[in-house]
Design a protein around this ligand. Structure first.
Ligand code: HMG
Ligand code: MG
Length: 304
């Protein structure tokens, strides 16, 4: 199979990356981070989520983040929305795109959204209808596609069924989330094989957390299957509050390093990406989780 000539990177650091932080991250820091990501050439940056602030307090300032970050930027800023209340907030701030989310295991669905898979899909259907009527684009996530922290292995046919429903209700893109980071390239390819029968491959994205160090391999496997949309997080930040033990998303720097070497276009500038990465790591007072980022920064320092 031929590899895609270009890839869309969906930067999820400001949302997935920061939703799990123990320390409070001020609005100002989030806005500066987003502006640096825009400067690096990322064309899709998830700005935050309109979920219950009692469930995920770290995203409670999404309204302000969104209002301050979008001005003048020719970039898409999807926001996560679980229900009509979230959609209302997204419309009020002028969002052009939202991301809905469902899960492939009943227990995860209950823990993450306090409802069954069917109830969450029914909610998402109403959100989709209303969003599309209001002129918004809708992306759809499916969590725990390669394993669940509560139920273990997941049947790829269940993932395919949820993916088909999200696609049919109007999600223009369906992102397959390995929330726990347990997937391997072999299982990723098998999953995509199932899902691409019901959702066109060009509408499928990969969202790999890197807990077991398999995310880059999974992306390579997905690229070989024809997937050309990948979610990643600056400095490898992130995790889901309802996925105990899971670490961050694959680092944007690691994905870009591999894609650059393969001659695959992304429109993202590595040096500017490293500026964004250094900025947020300095604020959080921790080293980057990106192996490529760490190596490139230390090379820059040696040659400076
Ligand atoms: P619930 O408690 O069943 O909701 O939660 P409810 O409708 O009964 O409302 C309870 C309270 O929440 C009410 O407030 C509502 O107004 C409020 P109260 O009267 O008690 O003061 N509320 C809201 N507030 C603001 N925005 C809203 C909203 N909705 C209700 N949209 C709910 C159900 C879905 C709201 C809750 O479970 C929730 O917010 N869950 C979100 C969890 C979350 O954000 N998880 C992380 C993101 S998903 C993820 O990380 C996975 C992903 O990265 C892919 C992957 O890696 O797999 C995408
Ligand atoms: Mg995630």
């Amino acid at each position: 199979m031929s590899l895609p000539s270009s890839v869309k990177i969906v930067e999820v650091g400001p949302r997935d990356g920061l939703q799990n932080e123990k320390a409070h991250v001020p609005t100002d820091v989030k806005v500066k981070l987003i502006n640096k990501l825009v400067d690096a050439g990322l064309s899709v940056i998830e700005a935050g989520s309109f979920v219950s602030p009692k469930w995920v307090p770290q995203m409670a300032d999404t309204r302000d983040v969104f209002k301050r970050a979008v001005v003048g930027a020719d970039v898409s800023f999807p926001v996560l929305v679980p229900n009509l209340k979230g959609l209302e907030a997204a419309i009020e701030v002028g969002a052009k795109e939202i991301a809905g989310f469902a899960a492939a295991s009943e227990t995860f669905s209950q823990k993450n959204t306090n409802c069954s898979i069917k109830e969450s899909l029914d909610r998402q259907r109403r959100v989709c209808e209303e969003a599309i009527r209001s002129g918004l684009r809708v992306r759809g996530y499916i969590s725990v596609v390669l394993g669940c922290p509560y139920e273990g292995d997941i049947d790829p046919r269940v993932v395919a069924d949820v993916a088909q429903q999200l696609y049919q209700m109007g999600c223009y893109e369906v992102s397959l989330g390995d929330t726990v980071g347990v997937g391997t390239p072999h299982r990723t390819k098998d999953l995509i094989n199932h899902v691409m029968k019901v959702v066109p491959i060009e509408n499928l994205g990969g969202h790999f957390h890197d807990t077991y160090g398999q995310a880059i391999g999974n992306i390579f496997g997905a690229l070989e299957m024809g997937v050309s949309i990948f979610d990643s997080s600056i400095a490898g930040l992130g995790g889901c509050p309802y996925s105990p033990g899971a670490t961050g998303n694959v680092a944007t720097e690691d994905v870009l390093y591999m894609l650059n070497d393969m001659g695959i276009e992304t429109g993202v500038d590595m040096n500017k990406l490293l500026v964004a990465s250094e900025y947020i790591c300095e604020y959080l007072k921790r080293p980057t989780y990106s192996r490529a980022g760490r190596a490139l920064l230390s090379k820059q320092r040696r040659t400076a």
